[in-house]
Ligand binder design. Structure first.
Ligand code: PLP
Length: 443
């Protein structure tokens, strides 16, 4: 049944927007989800082309996940992990994560509630690692332009999207961003992937040398940049980054909040690039969004630094009341079963390739589509004013928003992000689902 809308009906403000932008507008009010689909309060059925917010990777309303949460609710709805206390779900999920990241030599898990917590934990651990190594001056973080690492102060400081910092300074000291390895738009006008990968990697090396390797704690990046507009780096980029980090002892943090558990077509984004980070951050897909959770996973190098120490420098003074929440861990275990049993990373690679193939012709078919790109089931269409100069649409142009609204009427939700349209459907999508998305975008 349709509820008549009155903009005074609710009192929360929407994230990442000016409160006045939404004061008079009717929201898209989602009331139901099942499989690939969601329904709004007007009864419209739409394919969830953004998996909630890059997270509902196993699809909505999965009985296995609901049963796991309900069972846990009956047994123990909440307990904490402070003071040497534990519960079986947190133990089981940590063991599962370490088993899944064996290839990356991961050893320990620190829980939080969401991606921002996971990133903040990673940044703190990176600084503490250097204190433990007797090099407390190694505090600097280097990241990429267009990066998104959540909303806490550390994550905001390493963000490569200045708008997130605009009204919240001063930021954490010693954070800089180098160019993004973006083939379509880069300052060198370089569209050769190998050359571009080398150019950005060289910039990383220059940045480390400029400040001095003994001041740099870590380089943090997303294996495929998500919120910045699905920027897929050249294949040589991450291996070169690992080499440079090794050369100067810099820690490598992979923010896998979006790419973790299959989205980019490999189980982990960094694994897809053949690289072992020192720290991996997981959230979103870890529980497919059913209950919030993050896991910051540390490798043997970091574990050893803590275990080799017995004084106050090793005190891990970070943790969250709801980190490792039993309901979230139960959901996570059920979700990871589905990810493995249904081989969702392979499906993401396969369907993603098909979807990209269907969307690429938009570049020649539509005047405003300047570039279509993607990896696995993260895809973006860049809307431009002029294809030759790649001049982007003015921020107030609203075309992406209007296309997204039309797509809803045609049966799919896609996400307008500035002058871009971003797609990230559940990894359970099939060919028919991909066709629905493509059709909805064309109408
Ligand atoms: N890191 C990345 C790469 C993200 O995409 C996000 C969220 O989109 C975050 C961190 C922050 O996660 P959360 O919104 O759960 O705090």
């Amino acid at each position: 049944m349709t509820t008549p809308y009155n903009h005074t009906d609710y009192r929360f403000w929407h994230p990442m927007a000016h409160p006045n932008d939404w004061a008079e507008r009717e929201p898209l009010r989602i009331v139901k989800g099942d499989g690939l689909y969601i329904w709004d309060d007007k009864g419209r059925k739409m394919l969830d082309g953004f998996a909630g917010l890059w997270c509902v990777n196993v699809g909505h309303n999965r009985p296995e996940v609901k049963a796991a949460i309900t069972k846990q609710m009956d047994e123990l709805a909440y307990y904490q992990l402070f003071d040497g206390v534990s519960h079986p779900m947190a133990e089981a999920l940590s063991n599962r994560l370490i088993q899944m990241t064996q290839q990356e030599d991961m050893r320990r898990v620190l829980y939080g509630m969401g991606g921002s917590d996971g990133v903040e934990t990673a940044l703190k651990v990176a600084r503490q690692y250097w204190i433990l190594q007797g090099k407390p001056q190694r505090t600097r973080f280097i990241s990429l332009k267009n990066a998104y690492h959540g909303v806490h102060m550390g994550g905001t400081s390493v963000s490569g999207l200045p708008i997130y910092r605009l009204n919240y300074g001063p930021m954490l000291e010693g954070c800089t961003q180098i160019e993004s390895p973006w083939q379509y738009r880069n300052p060198w006008n370089c569209d050769d992937p190998d050359t571009l990968g080398k150019l950005v990697a060289e910039q990383l090396e220059r940045e480390i040398l400029y400040y001095g390797p003994d001041t740099v704690a870590a380089f943090i990046a997303e294996p495929v940049q998500g919120a910045g507009g699905v920027i897929v780096p050249p294949a040589n980029f991450w291996p070169l980054v690992r080499e440079i980090c090794d050369k100067y002892g810099v820690l490598l943090i992979a923010d896998e909040v979006v790419t973790g558990f299959g989205r980019s077509g490999a189980m982990f984004g960094s694994r897809g690039w053949g690289v072992k980070p020192d720290i991996m951050v997981f959230a979103k897909a870890l529980t497919a969004g059913y209950v919030p959770l993050s896991a910051t996973v540390l490798n043997q190098r970091i574990e050893a630094a803590y275990l080799d120490n017995r004084d106050a420098r090793g005190l891990l003074m970070t943790g969250f009341t709801y980190g490792g929440h039993p309901l979230a861990c139960a959901a996570g275990l059920a979700v990871l079963d589905i990810v493995e049993q249904e081989n969702l990373p392979a499906n993401a690679a396969h369907q993603g390739e098909y979807l990209l193939g269907q969307l690429l012709p938009f570049e020649s078919r539509f005047r405003s589509v300047g570039n279509v790109r993607g990896k696995g089931l993260m895809l973006a269409l860049d809307l431009v004013e002029d294809k030759a100069s790649k001049r982007t649409l003015a921020p107030d142009n609203g075309l992406a928003f209007r296309i997204a609204e039309a797509a809803r009427d045609a049966g799919a939700v896609v996400r307008p992000v500035g002058p871009k349209l971003v797609l990230a459907p559940p990894l359970t999508i099939d060919k028919a689902g991909c066709d629905t998305l493509v059709l909805a975008l064309q109408t």
